[in-house]
Design a protein around this ligand. Structure first.
Ligand code: AGP
Length: 626
């Protein structure tokens, strides 16, 4: 029962991919301790800096710092802002490195307004330039959020809600905002678009937060705020205003969860939460990077001369990140027509790789701290390669050492088993390979537009798969007792099989092996019996017939075969025992969808086998040793 509600909440929050934590308070108690306690409840999501802003004796006190909350706490002992209205923030950096100045809250050009923000403002640079040009504004930070504070101050003419509305009208992107001003010390204003925001309803006090855990100690009654809505809080009243600024009636959602469940957005495990966050994560990875049918990657900006100079590409990573690189290889080879080698990082530097200044080397790492990958990066740089990091953590070591960095913006990934980071790594590689091919002039416009359109439809197509979650629980039940399992496929399907196999192994402890479907008959087929289920991935059109023949090889040995096919494929039904269908999309983009059923299968297999899903035995989230 709780799960069904939680799914509803998650979907209301758009499956919420939180990058930062927001807390706001207005009431009759001291705001600072409430803000700090609320931020501590959001720590689990990962952050790199934190801060609070409190309206104090008609003035605004902002205390913020890079680092963890204990550092902020020390600073607060020194400044100890006293007031009954305030906002707090834990930052997961997207624009601008983790440091004091880039931490939130951000002020406008005076000390009259403060803003906290969760999300990404796509057009912040353009707006920033306008404010500098038109008003000579001076900005302290590199962040997109500070632009919002300047905009609100710019539009303020005695009505804080109106000023926030006007700012919303010009900013593009995603946001959950908390805004306070010394001009209206009895009001807390908030707004939401694409990033989660809730209102906590208290007695003589009210709260805002990006996530329920932050306010559970004070109230279990919340409003779930929807896109385009603005919230006006006083200590005695919470008003939700729709896009026409009309008050909205909203049902109070009474939170039944305990604190621990709340940290997972109500999901039973972080891994399931992160699987369900994928639609939102995809939107954030794509945010601002596809414009007029072309890829826009300001963080790369290579010239044609530079791209033409590369004669070879290496893609280097570990584990799941390595598996994502296997998909990147055919993309880059196909679009740029230059050879690509994909290497496991721990092997790369011991094999005297042929790297020179005509080499492009991509290093993929969710954490950006994997020792093997960092060592490989340093090796490639020393040999003259141009290096690009693809990572999820802003300011991570890999982002500071590579020449260029493309961020996933997938939001914190807590579960050891990587899910949304893997799929957003794939999306990032589609974007990078199309971008480089556009610079080189080696991809035709139609092909690029088809791929980019398919990428933009991924969130909706992913939701269709996630909607069938109960099916995967039943399927996992049927695999509960099995000890050996094969994943087979050809080309992209084989690489998805490799990732699906790792997912199953690392959290359910079922021994699984991914095999190139055409290779089974060269030896491994000897292991196939009625007790070895086989997951056969048959999505790629150009190898479909051959894969069907390979499936017949295993069914002829009595294997139980679960096919993974495109919607509408009835042919495969004649060959396998059951079929998992995914939405039929541009074939070359189907790997992003294909892995999601395998993530769910692995997740439920681990659940039914009583394994520790989020922290599987022997494993760490980031392997910082070689
Ligand atoms: C994936 O599920 C594993 N947790 C592991 O293989 C991981 O992908 C690998 O350790 C690389 O981590 P990174 O992406 O942070 O570099």
């Amino acid at each position: 029962m709780v799960y069904i509600i939680l799914t509803m909440v998650a979907s209301m929050n758009g499956g919420n991919t939180n990058m930062c934590g927001i807390v706001g308070y207005i009431g009759s108690k001291e705001a600072t301790p409430i803000l700090l306690a609320g931020l501590k409840k959001l720590e689990y999501r990962g952050y790199d800096s934190a801060g609070v802003a409190v309206i104090e004796d008609g003035g605004l006190t902002v205390v913020k710092t890079v680092g963890k909350l204990d550092k902020l706490e020390k600073k607060l002992e020194e400044f100890n802002p006293s007031g009954f209205l305030g906002i707090g923030h834990t930052r997961w950096a997207t624009h601008g490195r983790p440091n004091d100045v880039n931490s939130h809250p951000h002020k406008g050009y005076s000390d009259d307004f403060a803003v906290v923000h969760n999300g990404i403002i796509e057009n912040y640079l353009e707006l920033k330039e306008q404010l500098i040009e038109e008003r000579g504004d001076v900005f302290a930070s590199e962040t997109d959020t500070e632009v919002i504070a300047h905009l609100v101050e710019n539009y303020y003419a005695g009505d804080l809600v109106e000023a926030v509305r006007k700012a919303m009208a010009v900013i593009k992107g995603s946001y959950a905002l908390g805004v306070v001003s010394i001009h209206e010390p009895d009001k807390l204003v908030a707004a939401r678009k694409d990033s989660p925001l809730i209102v906590g309803l208290g007695e003589g006090e009210n709260f805002i937060a990006s996530d329920i855990p932050a306010i559970l100690n004070h109230t279990r009654d919340v409003y779930l705020i929807e896109d385009g809505e603005v919230v006006l809080l006083t200590k005695d009243k919470a008003t939700i205003l729709d896009t026409d600024n009309k008050p909205v009636e909203r049902k109070v959602f009474h939170v039944e969860w305990d604190a621990e469940a709340a940290e997972k957005g109500g999901f039973e495990h972080f891994m399931l939460k992160e699987i369900f966050e994928q639609p939102e994560a995809f939107k954030k990875t794509l945010s601002g990077r596809i414009q007029d049918g072309k890829v826009k990657l300001d963080e790369l900006e290579f010239t044609k001369k530079q791209v033409d100079r590369w004669e070879k590409v290496f893609i280097v990573a570990c584990g799941t990140a390595y598996h994502s690189g296997l998909i990147g290889k055919p993309l880059i080879e196909g679009f740029l027509r230059i050879p690509v080698e994909v290497d496991i990082a721990s092997e790369f530097r011991y094999r005297e790789p042929l790297v020179n200044e005509k080499t492009l080397a991509l290093f993929i790492s969710q954490s950006g701290e994997t020792a093997d990958t960092l060592a490989a990066l340093r090796e490639a740089k020393a040999k003259g390669a141009t290096t690009i990091a693809i990572t999820n953590v802003v300011g991570s070591t890999i982002s500071r050492e590579a020449h260029k960095t493309v961020y996933l913006w997938a939001g914190p990934e807590i579960a050891v088993a990587s899910t949304k980071a893997y799929t957003t790594m794939l999306i990032a590689q589609y974007l990078v390979s199309v971008y480089l091919a556009q610079v080189k002039g080696t991809i035709d416009k139609d092909k690029a537009e088809k791929i980019l359109a398919a990428l933009q439809e991924l969130p909706d197509n992913t939701r269709k798969i996630l909607g069938q979650k109960d099916y995967y629980l039943r399927l996992a039940e049927s695999l509960k007792g099995c000890e050996h399992l094969f994943f087979i496929g050809r080309g992209f399907d084989y690489h998805i099989a490799q990732e699906g196999s790792l997912k199953l192994k690392e959290i359910s402890y079922i021994h699984a092996e991914a095999y190139a479907a055409g290779e089974m008959k060269h030896g491994t087929l000897a292991l196939v019996t009625a007790d070895t289920p086989v997951v056969a991935i048959a999505l790629q059109e150009k190898t479909y017939e051959k894969t069907l023949s390979n499936i017949k090889e295993v069914t002829a040995r009595d294997a139980y075969v679960i096919g993974l096919a495109n919607e509408g494929d009835t042919e495969i039904l004649k060959t396998v025992n059951e079929v998992i269908y995914i939405p039929r999309i541009e074939n070359i983009v189907s790997p992003v969808l294909a892995v999601i059923p395998l993530q769910l299968l692995a997740y439920y297999a681990a659940c039914v086998r009583g394994c520790n899903v989020d922290q599987p035995r022997n494993l760490a989230k980031s392997v910082t040793v070689e």
